[in-house]
Design a protein around this ligand. Structure first.
Ligand code: HEM
Length: 167
């Protein structure tokens, strides 16, 4: 596939992913003070569940296109050693590492944000895929830290993505 088409697809998915995190931090967090914790917990639970159920459609292609391009660059440089010795290779690898950190937050979020429940192996898988439980199980005490961390990663990734072409 043409490289520019892959980049376009990568960017569209990146906007959707980081945009959702930015919306949570910049819009939802300030609204919390106006609506109170009880309503916030309900709203945030349903929002979180919706994001967790639909966003794999953007997140999976984002990482597939990313790794596809990454290994393409490694191959064109004649191997990982010569690739990582360039500033482009180093910054792209740092970007990939940060992106894996963000993916870890997204992947583990059903277990980070929801009260622990005793579940079978199938129950855990179901919870991982579609988020089970109700609004009362949602941990709003972890909302700020995890979302600020995620937004920090998202902004860092985008900055590195541009810096790697400039330095
Ligand atoms: C949250 C995750 C990610 C975000 C927000 C993101 C964002 C971006 C952005 C904004 C660009 C700049 C595109 C341009 O200016 O043309 C870019 C390029 C790129 N990204 Fe990602 N990315 C993410 C994950 C990944 C991952 C996991 C990899 C794999 C290692 C990756 C590999 C690349 C590559 C190779 C380019 C250069 C594309 C080119 O040749 O123009 N990205 N990314």
């Amino acid at each position: 596939m043409d490289h520019q088409v892959v980049v376009l697809f990568h960017l569209l998915c990146a906007i959707l992913f980081v945009g959702a995190v930015a919306m949570e931090v910049l819009i939802l967090e300030p609204v919390r003070k106006l609506i109170g914790d009880e309503v916030f917990q309900r709203v945030e639970f349903y929002l979180f569940r919706r994001i967790r159920r639909t966003y794999p459609l953007a997140v999976i292609p984002l990482y597939i296109t990313g790794f596809y391009m990454y290994f393409g660059y490694v191959e064109n440089s004649g191997g990982f050693e010569s690739f990582i010795s360039t500033s482009f290779g180093m910054l792209l690898t740092a970007k990939m590492t940060m992106a894996l950190g963000l993916l870890t937050i997204f992947a583990t979020s059903p277990f980070v944000f929801m009260q622990p429940r005793s579940r079978s192996a199938v129950g855990h898988l179901k919870h991982f895929l579609i988020v089970t439980g109700g609004p009362e199980d949602f941990r709003i005490d972890r909302f700020e830290l995890m979302h600020y961390l995620a937004l920090g990663f998202g902004l860092g990734i985008v900055l590195l993505a541009k810096l790697m072409f400039m330095l």
